[in-house]
Design a protein around this ligand. Structure first.
Ligand code: SF4
Length: 458
């Protein structure tokens, strides 16, 4: 038997029917030895797909890939198959749910709602499984042995106790981690606080540390319709790859998947490099055996997020004529969030000052008044000297333009929108209209690949 890690690649030509997709999933598993020996009669199998937002592929995993896996697990003898997922913090807090008020921090969608809306619940139940949102799952406090950035988290008991744990990521680019594949997908198992806190500069190490709690026994990657550009959400663009990958080594799978996405050196992907370093699997392409379709035949050069192709500063400082940015030392997340805040403020025909990061230097007088000044992130809020005076004066005058948090993540964007709505710079109905319009574009795209699909919107 070979000592090399083995990764299966199966490629299909579009259009792909449900039966063909099921066949591709089965073939990928056969190429790595099948489910016999991995699943025994009476086992409880737990599956973690990527369904982090209320959008069909390429944002989320194709429900047909999940259903095929459930069916195969049942055929292999599993008595129970549970599909568990926790949607992103952005989906919980920020993504506009037209059925709710858009003001406030809980306007988005929960995991159970997303699974129902995408048709995953029905597909899983038809295949003999059940779905579970992470919010509804029983969690236990786990000490992470060997954790470097993450030491103690609340984690779903059902995953810890599973006889077989199967990870089903999607193949996507990601603005914070370059790509999101198997290791990154495990983040959705943390509770809301754990998922939120992970989005700092140690994000890659966090993802790897989550894998140390329990590595998947199998990873099946949905690369049918991949995502390129400003992923991993609705900012990215679809690419027809027609791929299913499978492996029992999650690091080797990520390594091969990133090569299929056109990344020459898979160790530039932080999660793969660190997981290889920390001994979670094999990240060395020379020690990985590829079965089925070769990487060269499967490969397409995907466009990476702009912050991986040009300096991050070039999309943040000196970009918008109506925004003066004062940024001290700041983490990558604060730079990225500054880019998003600027994109929102740039649509308002007034001038703004944006204060970000550790100890930014400001002139004795800003170009804007306090009504047009925003602080982003805890570091900016802790600034001393001139900025403390400005902040105190804003507080005394009741101008709450403090977009806090470390990192200042989705809740900062929700607050900014609330402020802009309150001051009449943004209309609630425009926000809803834009969100629905954008969602419809994704729905239409996916319908063109699966005519049997319709979202279940209540
Ligand atoms: S608030 Fe400070 S520490 Fe936190 S992400 Fe921003 S710059 Fe980094």
């Amino acid at each position: 038997m070979s000592e090399k890690a083995r990764v299966a690649i199966v490629r299909g030509e579009f259009p792909l029917s449900t039966a063909q997709i099921e066949g591709m999933v089965e073939r990928s598993l056969d190429l790595i030895g099948g489910l016999a020996g991995r699943i025994a009669r009476g086992d409880h199998v737990v599956i973690k797909p990527n369904l982090f937002a209320p959008y069909p592929p390429p944002v989320s995993v194709d429900r047909r890939v999940i259903a095929a896996t459930v069916r195969l697990a049942r055929e292999a003898g599993a008595a129970k198959v549970t599909v568990i997922e926790g949607v992103s913090v952005g989906t919980l807090m920020k993504r506009v749910n037209p059925e709710r008020s858009v003001c406030g921090a809980s306007r988005g969608y929960g995991s159970a709602e997303v699974m129902k809306m995408l048709g995953v619940k029905k597909a899983v139940e038809d295949a003999g499984g059940e779905v579970l949102g992470v919010e509804d799952a029983e969690k236990v406090l786990v000490d992470i042995e060997g954790g470097m950035a993450l030491h103690r988290v609340f984690y779903p008991k059902v995953v810890l106790e599973a006889d077989c744990f199967i990870n089903i990521p999607a193949m996507k680019t990601h603005t914070m981690t370059m790509v999101t594949l198997g290791l990154k997908n495990l983040q959705g198992l943390l509770d809301e606080k754990g998922r939120y806190f992970a989005h700092r500069d140690d994000l890659d190490q966090h993802m790897v540390d989550i894998g140390k709690i329990r590595l998947p026994d199998l990873t099946i990657l949905d690369g049918l319709i991949a995502m390129e550009g400003m992923g991993a959400g609705e900012g990215g663009s679809p690419v027809e790859m027609g791929l299913i990958l499978a492996s029992s080594d999650p690091v080797a799978l990520d390594c091969v998947a990133s090569q299929c996405m056109g990344i020459e050196n898979p160790l530039v992907v932080g999660t793969t490099r660190i997981a290889n370093h920390d001994g979670l699997g094999c990240g060395n392409p020379f020690l990985i055996e590829v079965a089925g379709t070769g990487i060269q035949q499967a490969r397409k050069k995907l466009t990476l997020p702009i912050n991986y192709t040009q300096p991050l500063e070039s999309i943040v400082s000196g970009v918008y004529p109506n925004i003066d940015l004062y940024i001290g030392g700041a983490c990558q997340t604060c730079w990225l969030m500054a880019a998003m805040v600027e994109a929102s403020l740039s649509k308002v025909p007034e001038r703004f000052s944006l204060i970000v990061g550790i100890d930014p230097k400001v002139p004795p007088k800003l170009r804007t008044d306090l009504e047009h000044t925003f602080f982003l992130g805890e570091c900016a809020l802790a600034a001393t000297g001139e900025l403390r005076e400005i902040r105190n004066e804003m507080q005394l005058k009741g101008i709450d333009h403090f977009l806090g948090g470390c990192p200042p993540y989705e809740q900062a964007l929700v607050k900014l929108e609330d402020v802009l709505i309150a001051r009449g710079s943004l209309k609630e109905e425009d926000l809803i209209h834009k969100a629905v319009e954008h969602r419809e574009r994704f729905f239409d795209y996916y319908r063109s690949h699966d005519s049997t699909w319709e979202p279940e919107i209540s």
